[in-house]
Every structure is written in C-alpha cells, then in structure tokens.
Design a protein. Structure first.
Lengths: 523, 313
C-alpha cells in the first residue's frame, strides 16, 4: 500500500519534472548543453525619399507573425516623424507622418529575430482556408493555351502541390514550345509580375495562391530587396514554391515580410522613393535567445524562469539549486553504498566549502587543518574544558592556521589571491568537533572511516555540484528538482542491502553456501 | 554480478540490512516519543524498579554542581560503586571505583585518586561532556556489578553483558558481549568487543563475531567461545520480555548482566540495537521477525512471549 503510494508519487513527480523540461526544450528551444550558441538576426529596412516641403506620410509594411522567426524586438528610427503601427490580420503597417518634409528623408525600421524553436510556425488551425479563386476570363488567344497547359499538367500530377510544381517547371523551361512561352511573354522571370502571372494561370485551375515577399537572412547583406515567392494552399496548409524552378519550400532563413499584394512602401508627397534592406547577425547564448523568444511568445513556461531574478540572486541560486543534487549524492553513497559520513549534511557543507577554495587546495586544507585541529582538540580534552569553550578554542585555532597558511603562501608567492571565505572556517571547526566526538565514542578507526568517508563523498558531491552540464540543466530547467525529489523519495524507500553490508555479512553468506552444499551431499 | 550473488545469498539467509532495519522495524515499531524512556538511564531505572525488574541499585543522583560536593553522602559505608552519565552512550564517562581506603578511591586498574578528582569527574559529567550533543546531564552513582565467575575466562577488564533483541515483546535473538583488550573494557561490538551467539532455547553460547568476522576463540585468551551455558537463562529471557512492558518499543535491545550475588540485572535499553547479532548467531533475523509477526497476537503476557521465542525458526 505504502510502497505503491511512494512509487506513484515518484512517478508523478518525475513525469511532471521531465515533462516541463521537455516542453521547454522542445517548444521553446532551451538548450540541453551550456555552450550552445545561436544567432540573433537584425533585419533593417531603409526608406529614402525627397521631401516636397509638404506634409508627408510613409506607409511601410512590417513583418507580422513570421512563423519560423520570433520577433524579439523592433526599433523605428525616424527623426521628427509621428509613428503609428496598425495591424489587420497578417498585414502590419507602420505609418510615419510629418508636417513638412524638406530635403532628403531617411527612415529606418529594425527588427531583431530569433529562429523559432518549433519548425513550421504556420498556424494552420488558426488561419481560415482561403476561398478558391474564380476562374479568370482569359483572352481568346490565351484561353486555349492555358487550357491546354492546365490539362496537360493535370494528367501528370497527383495533387495540388505536384500540379503547381509541374506547371512551374513547364513555364520556366526554355525548351518549352512557343505557345507556353507566349503566356509569360515580356515578363522578367522572378519579379512580382512573374509571380502574379503564375497566380493568374493557377486561378484557371481554381487553386488558391498568394504572393509573399520575403528577405533571405544572410550575414552582411546590404542593399537587398525583397524576394517575391509563390505560396499555394492545398486546402490544408500553405506551401511555398520557387517561382523560377517549381521547387517546394523557401530559401534558407527566409523571413516572410508580407503576405499580400499591396506595395511594401507607399509615400505620399515624396520624390525618388526608394527602399532597401540590410541583414546582420550576432551570436548569442542559446539559453538567452530561447528565454527572450519565450518571453516574446508570452509562454507561461518561462514566467517562472530564474533568468528573471536580479543577477546577484541568480548567482546565489546557481549554487543553491545544485545543493539537492549534492544531497542526492550523499543519499546514494550512504543508503546504497554505505559509506560512513558525519551526518547527512556535513559532506555537502564540505563540498560547498571546496567551491570557495578549489578542490585540490580544499582537500589539502581539509587534511592539514583537521589533522592539526584534532591534535589540539585532544590536548584540550586533557584540560577538561567545557563544550562551548572547547569549540571556541578550536575555532580560534582553525582561524590562526588559515591565517598562517595565507601569510605563508603570500610570503612565498605560492598562490595569488588565495581566497579564504568565512564559510570553510566554520565547517572545518564542525568537522574537527564531530570527528573527535566519534573518536571518543567509537574509536579512532571509526572516526577515520567517517572522516575519510565524508571527504570522499564531499569530493564526489563537489564534482557533481560544479559540473557545468549539470549546473546548466538545473538552472535552465529548475523543474528537474521535482525529479531529484522523486529519486530521493525512491531512495528513502529502499530496504535492500547496502554495498558494504555484502562485505560485512559475508560470513553469513558463506554459511548459506555451506548449508546448500551440505544439503546437496545429503541427498 | 558477484555483489548480486552475495545479496541473494544474504536474502536467502534472512539477513536484515541497515536500510531494512531502519525502515521496516525501527521506523515502524519505535515511536520517537518513547526514545526518552531508554535514552534517560535514570528514567529507565525507575520504570524497571516499579515493574520489579532488578537493576543495579541507585545510590545517588547528582543534578547540580552544588550537589557534586556532597557526592559521598549517598555512598557512606559502601566500598565500591560506579559513576556514569544519565544520557551517556557507548560506555563513555563511566568511572568504576573498586575500593576505597584512607580517603582515597581506587579504580579498577589500581590507580588511586582523591575525592577531589572524583568530584571533578562528576562535574564533567554534569557539564554534558559525555552526553550526546553536549547537553547538561545528570550523574548516576550506582551499584558496581560483580560479574558471575562463569565469564571469568572470557572477559578482559570489564563487564560482559547479555544483549537480547526483543521484537514486539518477544526475545528474537541473543548474544553475549565480551570486552576485549581492544575495546578497552567496553562491551560495544563496533569498538572491538566480541559478540557470542546464544541459543535461545538452551542458553548455551555458540560461535563468536569479532569485527564482523566469525571466530571460535576469544581474541585475547584463546579460550573457546562455544559451549558456555549461561546460568538463569530462563529468568534472563523473561526479564528481556518484560522490558517491553516498561518501554513499549517494538524493536528493542535489552542489555543485562549476571551479578554473582544478585543474579540477572537489567543495565540499559537500546532503541537502535545493531545488526552484528546476526553474525554472532550465524543466522539472519528476518525469518524470526516474520514468525513473531505471525504469532505475536496470540500471546497475552511476557511469559507467553518467552514461550513463543522458543519456537522461533
């Protein structure tokens, strides 16, 4: 009954812990490794025009909900302009206005983007499938050619997407016959007009299409313009097609800027209007990017993130959040292996003291100070001092020894800035006291066993607690604490033998063996 | 693989490990609130006397440093006595005075000290030097046990005692604990004392354990450990079973001594008795404890519980 209870509890805790961590890893892109880096892209649109000494309004389409990218931040840079941003469905427009535009005008729009962790951000469920277009009325000469082409392609395709691919291949193939060429006569391939022409023909097959214009994000691109692309709806979802080759998909890192046919830029009362785009990127720790994206996505999973805390609090929690892991090491070493230690928490405290001194120095310091401290403690024993006085005396001695070591190493120039924190002093004093008590009560052998057991467990705990990977996982996925809790509960219900008991009771095991052998010969 | 093989052999032998002892038996049967009954030796002694269980006679209890000056009040005309802390553990802080002469006190090793030195020891006890956690303590002055000569050839400078593991009131396993040169006169196994298994039915010693290994002879004297019949075994078992009535801890260690004149005396109770008793008896505890679990409901008193103990596997 209780056993089942514990198992279910542990199961629930680990499922919740791992589940939350998995969601953060999978949906929000939090990295499992501490050193993973990714890029933050900055896309910039620069609008230029000549003012005409009149009131001017600039309409610029902005990327909205780009799907495969997450909009981390955006900046509007335009001196003396009023700004208004409007959003209608997937169309987002910035409206800059000025009372009097004189001379050359320059306006900037910058957006910072991070790759969305989940591919295919196209929210199929949210967007309504478009109405199928009416079949256009083609001019007499064209009608026959289009009809023939569509029929031809239809016979060679199985669904809408292959249909579109086939059609695009034919339209782009220079060796196609002159009839097909006449469809696109006088249109430069790859332009917006070209895409519109393809849409016009596809409408003949009642296929829903739209033109998107996007910016391929590539490091160091300047003076870029948006690339028109064809998107086709198959009744289920939108899919991109290269209008020049018929290949399905998009260029690498393609930021879809606009989903409609309206002009990207409109300027009222301006001459020599121009727009161009630039792209740059900078590396950033994936953890931070993921955190920013999750915040931008308004995910509730990160509302509890430790990254929201002030920096110095964060630093403290980076240490504290590892303590349960250290406790788990102690728990394992004690209940499964059976290493004798001074209580449960002494090894963790020693391990935390090692954090401040470094491992090798820590061990050296531990052995030296505990050794001398013990000798001093036994001398004090002779004086029959009271407990509190004895503790104070040992504490004083520990500080004197640390002082001596610091001065000596400074004098010899052994180590620069040998850091002595308050923490290890208290812990070493406690170790000396505990060790001498167990020396009195259980003898030297037991005291040394517990002393070295504590030291060994502390070293192991230190290695676990300072492991970069573990630290990263615990700090980024603090919900893993639930898993630690589950493991601790499971260990707590372990009633099997400790490893050292196999050794301790080995004579009893031999007995069973003998008995078995005896029974064997008796038969 | 070797480990797993060993583990399965131990399980087959019914050996109880520390994890199982703590979780299945101590946690389950020993409520924390009752620990004070066994941790405070004065309280244990009082309860035992109320229940008519023989204990070493209490000559005096010293509570304050002021009382310590007059420690001789309770022991006028008494030649030998023992001073020990009420909350001591592992035999620490015990001073045994074997005889007194001309205002001097002679310890068992023959060393003579004056009254001032005895008083100083008592003050140390009061200050909590020997009690766990350094809590202020009380000093007990009590009767010094003259152990039964049957153990003369088996004990090195100290009092051999008999530990009976009492499970839910039923004596489940027993051993004789012999101080050795290494244990410094103490009877604690992990300090180097020898444990000798005792057959529950007959009260005759079997084989011994020394530092977790089976031995056949006393490490100091080379005398054989087996075959020693403990006098008054039935009384000892009954005392052990009755101790459950005064401190109803389901997993209880009862430590007793055999006094040459007074017979069996109960020394102290233990709420966390160790597991080496299994090695001393060459037997795991688990099957016996299971048998007790199965049959204990049919027993009404200590006598019947002792009867049950004789039927254990």
């Amino acid at each position: 009954m209780r056993r089942r209870h514990i198992q279910i509890l542990a199961l629930i805790l680990s499922v919740v812990g791992f589940g939350l961590a998995y969601l953060k890893f999978n949906n929000l892109g939090f990295p499992l490794r501490p050193d993973e880096k990714s890029f933050i892209w900055t896309a910039e649109a620069r609008v230029e025009f000549e003012g005409q000494r009149r009131a001017s309004t600039v309409h610029l389409q902005l990327p909205a909900d780009p799907g495969e990218f997450i909009n981390l931040d955006e900046y509007f840079i335009a001196r003396n302009y009023g700004l208004n941003v409007e959003k209608h469905g997937r169309k987002r427009v910035a409206e800059w206005s000025i009372r009097q535009a004189r001379g050359p005008q320059r306006l900037f729009y910058q957006v910072e983007l991070a790759q969305a962790p989940m591919a295919g951000g196209e929210s199929a469920g949210v967007e309504k499938p478009p109405q199928a277009p009416d079949k256009p009325y083609y001019p007499e000469a064209l009608a026959q050619v289009v009809e023939g082409l569509l029929n031809n392609v239809r016979s060679e395709s199985s669904n809408i997407f292959t249909f579109v691919s086939q059609l695009l291949v034919r339209l782009n193939n220079s060796s196609s016959d002159s009839d097909i060429k006449s469809i696109t006569k006088g249109i430069t391939p790859g332009t917006e007009e070209w895409v519109q022409r393809i849409r016009y023909i596809l409408a003949g097959a009642k296929i829903s299409t739209r033109m998107v214009r996007g910016l391929p994000l590539e490091e160091g691109r300047v003076n870029e313009s948006l690339v028109p692309w064809l998107e086709v709806h198959n009744g289920d979802r939108w899919e991109g097609f290269n209008p020049l080759t018929g290949e399905k998909g998009y260029p690498a890192n393609f930021l879809r800027w606009s989903f409609n046919d309206d002009p990207i830029l409109e300027v009222e009362h301006g001459r020599n209007v121009g727009i161009n785009f630039a792209v740059s990127r900078r590396p950033q720790a994936l953890t931070l990017i993921a955190h920013d994206s999750a915040t931008a996505m308004k995910s509730s999973l990160v509302s509890w993130s430790l990254y929201k805390l002030p920096m110095n609090t964060q630093y403290t929690y980076r240490i504290l959040i590892m303590v349960p892991l250290g406790a788990l090491v102690v728990l394992f070493m004690r209940t499964i292996i059976g290493v004798p230690t001074f209580g449960t928490f002494m090894p963790i405290l020693i391990a935390m003291a090692f954090r401040e001194t470094g491992l090798l120095w820590g061990i050296g310091l531990f052995l030296a100070i505990v050794g001398v401290g013990l000798l001093f403690r036994f001398y004090l024993n002779h004086l029959h001092l009271l407990l509190v006085a004895r503790l104070s005396a040992v504490l004083t001695l520990v500080i004197i020894m640390m002082l001596a070591i610091s001065l000596l190493s400074n004098e010899l120039g052994l180590i620069q800035g040998f850091s002595i924190a308050l923490f290890p002093v208290v812990i070493l004093t406690m170790v000396i006291e505990r060790m001498s008590i167990s020396w009195d009560e259980s003898g030297a052998v037991e005291a040394f066993k517990q002393g070295f057991g504590s030291l060994a467990v502390a070293v192991l705990g230190y290695l676990v607690m300072t492991n970069d990977q573990a630290q990263h996982l615990m700090f980024v996925f603090p919900e893993l604490l639930l898993v630690v809790l589950a493991i601790a509960i499971l260990f707590g219900s372990y009633t099997g033998y400790r490893l050292n008991e196999l050794f301790r009771f080995r004579d009893l095991a031999l007995e069973v063996e003998k008995k078995d052998a005896g029974a064997g010969t008796g038969e | 693989m070797l480990g797993l093989g060993l583990a399965s052999k131990l399980r087959k032998a019914g050996v109880v490990g520390i994890n199982a002892r703590n979780r299945r038996y101590i946690m389950h049967h020993n409520p924390r609130s009752l620990y004070e009954l066994v941790d405070d030796k004065v309280l244990t002694k009082r309860l035992a006397m109320q229940a008519n269980i023989a204990v070493p006679k209490l000559y005096g209890l010293i509570r304050t440093v002021h009382d310590a000056r007059d420690f001789q009040k309770g022991i006028e005309g008494i030649n030998d006595f023992v001073i020990k802390p009420a909350h001591g553990s592992g035999g620490n802080g015990i001073m045994v005075i074997a005889r007194r002469k001309n205002q001097l006190f002679y310890k068992t090793d023959g060393l003579a000290i004056d009254a001032e030195a005895v008083r100083h020891h008592i003050v140390n006890v009061l200050s909590g030097m020997y009690s766990l956690g350094g809590q202020p303590d009380q000093a007990i002055i009590e009767y010094r046990v003259h152990f039964d000569p049957v153990f003369n050839s088996l004990s090195y400078n100290g009092v051999p005692d008999i530990r009976v593991l009492v499970y839910r009131g039923v004596p489940a396993m027993a051993m004789l604990r012999l101080p050795t040169r290494q244990s410094g006169g103490r009877a604690n196994l992990h300090q180097g004392a020898v444990g000798v298994g005792i057959d529950l039915k007959t009260g005759v010693t079997t084989l011994g354990v020394y530092h977790n290994r089976r031995i056949a002879e006393h490490p100091d004297f080379d005398t054989p450990l087996a075959g020693c019949a403990i006098p008054g075994w039935d009384d000892l078992l009954l005392i052990a079973a009755r101790c459950y009535e005064l401190a109803p801890l389901g997993y209880l260690g009862v430590d007793m001594v055999l006094d040459a004149r007074l017979g069996p005396l109960m020394l102290e109770l233990n709420a966390r008795p160790g597991l080496s008793i299994q090695i001393a008896n060459g037997k795991g505890l688990a099957f016996r404890l299971q048998a007790v679990d199965a049959a204990v409901a049919n027993t009404a008193n200590a006598k019947e519980k002792v009867e049950l103990s004789r039927t254990l596997p």
